[in-house]
Design a protein around this ligand. Structure first.
Ligand SMILES: [Cu+2]
Length: 68
């Protein structure tokens, strides 16, 4: 499955890297692409759980606006 996460608060490549690493740290996530311009992350993996994705990103200090 694939989910798109809209994120607020990323301002540079360090931010996108932090978000990317946080998402990659989840076992169920197999692929992550973070876009600074589009303020989003696209994740792929099996059994992605919205709450866990949200938690991983918010722990880094960014806001999740929407997961779809
Ligand atoms: Cu930054």
């Amino acid at each position: 499955m694939k989910k798109t996460i809209m994120i607020e608060g990323m301002s540079c490549n360090h931010c996108t890297k932090a978000v990317e690493n946080a998402l990659k740290g989840l076992n169920e996530v197999s692929k992550v692409e973070v876009s600074l311009e589009e303020k989003k992350a696209v994740v792929e993996g099996e059994k992605l759980i919205d709450d866990k994705l949200r938690e991983a990103i918010e722990e880094e200090g960014y806001n999740v606006v929407e997961i779809k």
